[in-house]
Design a binder for this molecule. Structure first.
Ligand SMILES: Nc1ncnc2c1ncn2[C@@H]1O[C@H](COP(=O)(O)OP(=O)(O)OP(=O)(O)O)[C@@H](O)[C@H]1O
Ligand SMILES: [Mg+2]
Length: 215
């Protein structure tokens, strides 16, 4: 049975850290699993990712940003996500359309109707079965992300980390508002050490899989 599970949350909340242990755990139980990420996940979308995350691109205007995310997403879904789901694979995706609602809608303040329309065009109706929202105070996430970027020379992917605290607080609030309204969301407390967070993820996903239905 295929499932589409997305990982969401503010910068440095631990999405990319948690996706591999979940993959291993699901594989050890006999599931076929694909991990992927947005923006990116295939060569065309990766090229768009480089534009979107490059901290040199400060002049990128919000509407252009929105359209680039939509283009990357449309390509990634058609080329990677839908084919995998059609083969019965569990797809774990590091960020998806909710990130656009939170960042371009909540963070940038673009019109909610416009963001919704663009998401609908980009996804062509594909919705996650389960969305894990890694939630923590934005200051903690940002300090983790900045430390990581220095350690891993990821400075060229830091465009969003340059934003003010306010921006990230709006993003967090938009995510939490989505989680209140969409039944597919589960909020994961992203504070504490990675092992503790992984145990929370396992509990949520186990619960979802044993029920075998949408949350
Ligand atoms: N629970 C944790 N406690 C402490 N540090 C953590 C924890 N989880 C992840 N980290 C570290 O914090 C940094 C950010 O984590 P990670 O890259 O997984 O976040 P992310 O949500 O994917 O961020 P981004 O939104 O920027 O992609 C990494 O250096 C990671 O090793
Ligand atoms: Mg990440």
């Amino acid at each position: 049975m295929s499932f589409f599970i997305t990982f969401e949350g503010v910068e440095g909340s631990g999405k990319s850290t948690q996706i591999q242990p979940l993959r291993q755990q699901l594989e050890s139980r006999g599931h076929r699993v694909l991990t992927t990420r947005e923006p990116g996940g295939c060569p065309i979308a990766d090229a768009i990712r480089a534009i979107l995350l490059d901290s040199a691109n400060r002049v990128l205007v919000p509407r252009a940003e929105l359209l680039l995310y939509a283009a990357a997403r449309a390509q990634h879904i058609e080329q990677v996500v839908r084919p995998a789901l059609a083969q019965g694979v569990i797809v774990l995706c590091d960020r998806f359309a909710d990130a656009t609602t939170a960042y371009q809608g909540g963070g940038r303040g673009l019109d909610a109707g416009l963001v919704k329309e663009l998401n609908a065009i980009a996804t062509a109706g594909l919705l996650p079965d389960l969305t894990l929202l890694f939630d923590l105070p934005v200051e903690l996430g940002l300090s983790r992300a900045r430390h990581r970027n220095q350690q891993e020379a990821l400075l060229d992917e830091g465009r969003f980390e340059l934003e003010e605290l306010d921006f990230h607080q709006r993003v967090r609030a938009a995510y939490l508002a989505l989680a209140r309204h969409e039944r597919r969301f589960r909020i994961v407390d992203a504070t504490g050490d990675p092992g503790l967070v992984a145990a929370r993820v396992t509990a949520v996903v186990d619960n979802f899989l044993t029920r075998g239905e949408q949350p």
